[in-house]
Write a protein that binds this ligand. Sequence first.
Ligand code: SAH
Ligand code: SF4
Length: 356
Amino acid sequence: MNKPSIYGLTLDQLTEWLLEHGHKKFRASQVWDWLYRKRVTQFSEMNNVNKECIDVLEENFSIQTLTEHVRQESKDGTIKFLFRLQDGNLIETVLMRHKYGLSVCVTTQVGCNIGCSFCASGLLTKNRDLTSGEIVEQIMNVQLHLDTKGQDERVSHIVVMGIGEPFDNFQNTVDFLEVVKDHKGLAIGARHITVSTSGLANKIYEFADLKLQVNLAVSLHAPNNELRTKIMKINKAFPIEKLMDSIDYYLEKTNRRVTYEYILIRDVNDHKAEALQLAELIGDKRHLSYVNLIPYNPVDEHGDYQRSTPEAISEFFDTLKKKGINCGVRLEQGADIDAACGQLRSKQEKKKEKVK
Ligand code: SAH
Ligand code: SF4
């Protein structure tokens, strides 16, 4: 039987588990130090931990459950990893280099059930949720890869924007966040972590109540229900009014800025009229809003969607700016290795199908 990943346990959960198994509380901190600071990959290397404790950990947990299947490095330093899970499923993780540090984009589900019309991940319906351990392990494997280069580089930022809808795998995503934030572990600052949701309003309330200090990004992509429902069918369950109510609640509870992601798709959602409507929609909370304009990354399977022209992108940006909305255009990274959401995995899956 496959053993679960030790990375899935928060420090409190590991402490409790060790106590239940007759071990001292301080062992948990020791084990965490080996896992996240010294970053060993074998329990037997934890040489200040007694043998009985090592044995019981070894019997019940694995440190490495993912194996690297493909690693692609882009000219700009972006690295895309394709990992194989114990059950054979493939997931992707991307490391990006920015001026402000190194950020990792993690996957939360195998496939995605939200089925947005423009997204490659949504083409592959959800096979299963990832465990919290599998999500943490993506960060650890990237960090371990950096460690092998000996340049003392650290993952400093995390974006939960890979394949899957994190709020459709809520508890595992929250446990993952608790682990990576913990000062005794990787200690990645909450303010350096962003979770992106397609807009599951009910979960936005829950997320607000947790007060995790983690940044929230909402994939809006359209400023009215008619258009949003056309490109994101989740809008039927959580139309814009309901979504905005949940965001108001989030703002009230956390006083933290929300990022709105807006993909620009040629002639679909990129007209001046939509920019004006968007400005209207978030105008009353503009002091706590930031719009991230993302030129659409064409996906083979959605041939009718194209990237907006540079002129349309500038006009959209200028229109928002003139209305006093904070916004920016996201620069593309790793384009030469298909680092767009879901693309590498879908290509690999297709290759597999051809071989069959
Ligand atoms: N499921 C979550 C997080 C993963 S998707 C969500 O939808 O927010 C991360 C971001 O990539 C989302 O804003 C999504 O809309 C966007 N995205 C999906 N396909 C894209 C594409 N082909 N080009 C550009 N952005 C894309
Ligand atoms: Fe799922 Fe996000 Fe892709 Fe929509 S954009 S299908 S929610 S991964």
